[in-house]
Every structure is written in structure tokens, then in C-alpha cells.
Design a protein around this ligand. Structure first.
Ligand code: FES
Length: 137
């Protein structure tokens, strides 16, 4: 007696093959590939994402980290993906902090991931705030 033939497992993946993964990317997009594209900037380099991507997803589609730790300099890429661990904080070129896993990427957004660039952005902002508060002259 032969065993019954197994039917293929149903899939919710798109019928077309996803694009080949980028060599240095942490994430690979396997679904929802038809959303509208947009462009944004990582460390001054223009890259693409899809409408509705979180900033974390958008950045990790291009590289393996979203920032460098201000304590050790080690690369960080988020952990929980749900806004609980605080591991995915990033900065915009203007120095604004964003939690990447709970912020949607937007057209033209400019973020930095390298500690040296963040330090050069944040120090003047902190100094300006201290001057405005009368803490320093
Ligand atoms: S990945 Fe944990 S808070 Fe964003």
C-alpha cells in the first residue's frame, strides 16, 4: 500500500520571485513587494524603501545595523521590533531621535547610523540648548 501524495503547502507569498537579497542587508523582503516605492537617505546615500515600511525595515533592507552604540561603538540592529527594547533609536541629520521600529520611513527622510556623525550632530544641539537655557555662555 502506498502513502497518500502530499499536496504543496499553501503560501501567502507573491507569485513572483523576490529580488535577490542585497549582500550586506540584514532583512530580505519576501512579501508585499508591490507597495509604492520611495527614496530616503542613510548616511547621505540615497536608497529606496516601500511605502508603509518602518524605518527599521527600510534601513535593514540595506545594511546590518541602524546605529552604533554610544557606549561600546558596537553595531545595533534592534531586538524586539515592537517598541519595547529601545535598541533601535536612530537620529535624523537634524539630530532628532527616532525609534526605528515604530516610525514609518517617509519620502526624503535623512537618517544617520554612524556614531561619529551622530556625535557631531548632537553636540551642537546640546550646546545650543545649554546656551538658550543660560547654562553656559
Ligand atoms: S527594536 Fe526594540 S524598541 Fe525598536
Amino acid at each position: 500500500m502506498s502513502s497518500p501524495a502530499l499536496s504543496p503547502m499553501p503560501s501567502n507569498l507573491p507569485s513572483s520571485e523576490p529580488a535577490a537579497p542585497k549582500r550586506d542587508a540584514q532583512f530580505v523582503r519576501v512579501a508585499e513587494t508591490q507597495r509604492e516605492p520611495l527614496s530616503f537617505f542613510i548616511d547621505g546615500h540615497e536608497v529606496t524603501a516601500l511605502q508603509g515600511d518602518t524605518l527599521l525595515t527600510a534601513v535593514l533592507m540595506h545594511q546590518r545595523h541602524v546605529r552604533e552604540s554610544e557606549f561600546s561603538g558596537a553595531p545595533r540592529a534592534g531586538f524586539c521590533l515592537i517598541g519595547a527594547c529601545q535598541d533601535c533609536w536612530m537620529r535624523t541629520e537634524e539630530g532628532m531621535r527616532l525609534r526605528a521600529c515604530s516610525t514609518l520611513v517617509t519620502q526624503g527622510m535623512r537618517v544617520v547610523t554612524r556614531l561619529a556623525e551622530v556625535t557631531s550632530l548632537v553636540a551642537p544641539v546640546v550646546a545650543s540648548a545649554a546656551i538658550a537655557n543660560g547654562d553656559i555662555e
